[in-house]
Design a binder for this molecule. Sequence first.
Ligand code: ADP
Ligand code: GLC
Length: 495
Amino acid sequence: MSKILFAASEAHPLIKTGGLADVSGSLPAALKRLRQAVRLVIPAYPQAKQRAGDLKPVGSIRLPGSTQVMTVLEGRMPGSGVIVWLLDYPPAFGREGNPYVGPDGRDWPDNAERFALFCRGVVAIAQDRAGLDWRADVVHCNDWQTGLVPALLSLETVRPATVFTIHNLSYQGIFPAETFVRLGLPHELWHYRGLEFFNHLSFIKGGLVYADRLSTVSPTYAREIQTPEFGYGLDGLLRHRAEALRGILNGIDLQEWDPAHDPHIPCHYDAEHLTAKRGNKRALQEELGLPASDQLLLGSVGRLVEQKGVDLVIACIDRLLELPLQLAVVGSGDPAFEQALQEAAERHPHKMSLRLGYDEGLAHRVEAGADAFLMPSRFEPCGLNQLYSLRYGTPPIVHAVGGLADTVVDASPEALKEKRATGFCFYYASPEVLFHSVERALALYEKPALWEQLARTGMAQVFDWRSSARQYLQLYEEAQAAARQTGAGLAHPPA
Ligand code: ADP
Ligand code: GLC
């Protein structure tokens, strides 16, 4: 049994902006089920404090240059019972709304300070300097907000092993060089093989350079990020660290995303009772103000940003809506994309519905009520929505990159014949190619027996957390072995 400290900037159901929260909610729970002593640590945002229920102060952390201390609030994750530590420091985290951006949609101007503080808090806990009488064997960090943790720990003589998971390489936490000085970071970390990136401070490099082991959330994305096309300037470093890098596919929470018991949807169903899915389609059409049509209802849920290929959809939306289909979009993000979609919905009120904003329940109802799910991402480290749609018998139409390539089997004649097909893949990100794959989906939708087979095959796929958690355990062991080799004194040396 290892003491694992899992650090992230969001965790479902306490606070969520995207898939990272799903992972931070589920993976520690799966590790707990494998009898690991896992603790989750996130910042104490107001919403997280509220949703965590009973919290008690259990420790405190002194911060360099501040008179105020950071309090460690302990609670249990709703559902899984995983022990969670919320790092309470109101000047940095006591803000309502989104953890990363203000009401104007722009990054909080002090994000470097906020997440540097979070990292210092995580280091203090890992090193048993927070009064918790608990010392980590492994610290598992996620995305740039936790990047300084492996860097700071690398300077300690006795330290835990570190693992850094890349959920999205395009968000790197890059700040002007002066920030490095302002944050009072140790000068040993400022060099091109350290936190410096083209004369800027890079939080993510703290993870990529200093963690004992690296991972990302699908095998294909692990390969892609080592190429200039997907590497965002870090492909060289990632090739250099290829030996330490693994691709471990995310799982999904099989209880929360289960069409047979989902409390958010009106009609429950499973693979044997697929006709009941129709009730969800009707209800969704009604909820969204779309006519009760039998045409293929195409759903889409997600952040409206370039990563998700929203521009590809917008570029062909009028042609798309001339096809015999309806389109239901739920999401929020880039104001320009929001506006373009809004205008399209106004031009085609009987064919398209747009719900701007974040709505957990509606996300479930779209997965259940749509006939097919559109996810044309330009890049996708793993992607969870296509996994949800597979489970809900809603075949995904995807650009075959990253986790989408690893989880969806294209409905080629051969794969259909062999009953392996689960969705529609396209291999080049352009509006024409996307349009063509929607046409392919429509052609198959005309053949109900084949369509049902496609949906059922998708529903039979198992993307559970148990096998992914086992792979992480293996990675933690490798990280501990690697840390020993670097001469780091480990907190709990193996007997
Ligand atoms: P990413 O993390 O890149 O945003 P994922 O597919 O991994 O993409 O995960 C997105 C998660 O966020 C899913 O659980 C999805 O249902 C949820 N989600 C995204 N946007 C919305 C929204 N507007 N309303 C409700 N849920 C959303
Ligand atoms: C990121 C990625 C997404 C992935 C999620 C959880 O937000 O964009 O592909 O599923 O993290 O790992």
